[in-house]
Design a protein around this ligand. Structure first.
Ligand SMILES: NC(=O)C1=CN([C@@H]2O[C@H](COP(=O)(O)OP(=O)(O)OC[C@H]3O[C@@H](n4cnc5c(N)ncnc54)[C@H](OP(=O)(O)O)[C@@H]3O)[C@@H](O)[C@H]2O)C=CC1
Ligand SMILES: CC(=O)C(=O)O
Ligand SMILES: [Mg+2]
Length: 421
């Protein structure tokens, strides 16, 4: 990052007041009568109603539109275990995106709890405040146990964004990119570097969508995950294959797809050159991708490339998911975000990409034209139609799968009849 850019980023966060988000008051609070309603004695009435029936919290408090973005700071972007406090700018950033794109309020919560049980207990104890829990930047493998336990313990949706948000956007972008390259998911040879939260969940979702387990090579810091390794946790073990390939360079020979959810500058130009014709390269590590697009483009002119960043074409980033997924989930009081809802989000994103690009998007990205193709495999986060595509798809899938506690919202449009290609 250039010095100038670094200074701009720091000034953006520091001025005119520190941070990126604040709390607003939603009711009049100017007169003696207002105060009597907002506070004592008036506030006692909703207290009594909620004590009588907890569901009334959705009627009389902000719970139903309030999501906790919670981290332990162990895997903040690709910066690693920087600790909960240093993770706060990212968590505030997620809060900004929830609010800006889906009008969902967020408390960001940075928890200092090195022991997994302490972290789980902390989240479980504060859960009554919220309509949903978005876990963020928690390293594997503990993220898997944390999410599973909290889903079991809580009656509100718990969603680890780095797992499922990332998986949904990768799947949508990949299905579109494969179609453009004239390839198919079941026949694609896929190399995924990063066998953590994002890597494991993304491969799980691709398998559910038709990828062939035998054609997936998962790679971690020790190299290819193969059946001869004895250092694998159960999540990695599920992807251990019989192969004599050992290094990332071995794995990349002839691959159709590279998915990087690991760290910076891991993919060399030589490895990229060894991929099959018309490859797909998702270098998604943030802020620094596994290979920089300008380096990659010098090696291949037949590839489709995506990063996780806003400053290159094809931003494959979970920002396209979490605001809209939670919007649909909260609006039907879904108790979980299940597989049907995730696949519905994939289909909605695929469908929106094929619509003509919205003029607001062209303006925001300073473009004259853009269309479905190698430089446009996934909607832009600033597309105003995301809110009309993804939440209805989520809400419909929640109702149809039995996860919803409320009916499909009457103010929602019917979701377009779409399937995953
Ligand atoms: N674009 C997007 O929307 C998203 C991008 N990401 C990015 O994905 C990356 C991983 O995030 P997450 O899954 O949450 O983190 P985790 O800590 O859960 O997992 C990181 C994984 O990356 C592997 N890894 C790290 N460095 C290397 C390396 N040099 N060579 C091979 N493997 C390596 C680790 O290997 P090992 O198991 O051996 O330690 C581990 O399997 C981050 O850079 C993050 O920014 C994540 C979510 C969303
Ligand atoms: C985008 C995101 O969540 C990450 O890089 O961790
Ligand atoms: Mg993250």
């Amino acid at each position: 990052m250039s010095r100038d850019y670094r200074e701009r980023a720091l000034a953006y966060h520091a001025e005119p007041r520190p941070g990126k988000i604040a709390i607003e008051v939603t009711k009049p609070c100017n007169s003696q009568d207002d105060l009597a309603l907002a506070y004592t004695p008036g506030v006692a009435e909703p207290v009594r109603e909620i004590a009588r029936d907890p569901h009334n919290a959705f009627r009389y408090t902000a719970k139903g539109n309030l999501v906790a973005v919670i981290t332990d700071g162990t895997a903040v972007l690709g910066l690693g275990n920087v600790g909960p406090l240093a993770g706060k700018p990212v968590m505030e950033g997620k809060g900004v995106l929830f609010k800006r794109f889906a009008n969902i309020d967020v408390f960001d919560i940075e928890v200092d709890a090195p022991a997994t049980e302490d972290f789980i207990d902390t989240v479980a104890r504060i859960a009554p405040t919220f309509g949903g829990i978005n876990l963020e930047d928690i390293a594997a493998p503990r993220c898997f146990e944390i999410e599973r336990t909290l889903i079991e313990r809580l009656n509100i949706p718990v969603f680890h964004d780095d797992q499922h948000g990332t998986a949904i956007i990768i799947a949508a972008g990949l299905l579109n990119a494969l179609e453009i390259q004239g390839k198919s998911l079941p026949e694609a040879d896929i190399v995924c570097v990063g066998a953590g939260a994002a890597g494991i969940a993304s491969m799980d979702l691709l398998l559910a969508l038709g990828a062939d387990r035998k054609r997936i090579l998962l790679v971690d810091r020790q190299g290819v995950i193969h059946s001869g390794r004895e250092d694998l946790n159960p999540y990695k073990q599920a992807y251990a294959v019989e192969t004599d390939r050992r290094s990332l360079a071995d794995a990349m020979q002839g691959a159709d797809v590279f998915i990087g959810v690991s760290g910076p500058d891991i993919l060399s130009p030589e490895m990229l050159a060894s991929m099959a014709a018309r490859p797909i390269v998702f270098a998604l590590s943030n802020p620094d991708p596994e290979i920089r697009p300008e380096v990659a483009l010098e090696v291949r002119d037949d590839m489709i490339m995506a990063t996780g960043r806003s400053d290159y074409p094809n931003q494959v980033n979970n920002v396209l998911g979490f605001p809209f997924i939670f919007r649909g989930t909260l609006d039907v009081h879904a108790r979980e975000i299940n597989q049907q809802m995730k696949i519905a989000a994939v289909a909605a994103l695929c469908a929106l990409t094929r619509e003509p690009v919205h003029p607001d998007v062209l303006k925001a990205y300073n473009l004259d034209r853009l269309e479905f193709g190698p430089d446009y495999i996934i909607p832009k986060p600033l597309d105003p139609r995301l809110i009309d595509f993804v939440p209805p798809a989520i809400a419909r899938a929640a109702v149809d799968s039995g996860a919803a506690r409320e009916p499909y919202p009457s103010h929602y449009p019917e979701p377009p009849k779409i399937g995953v290609t």
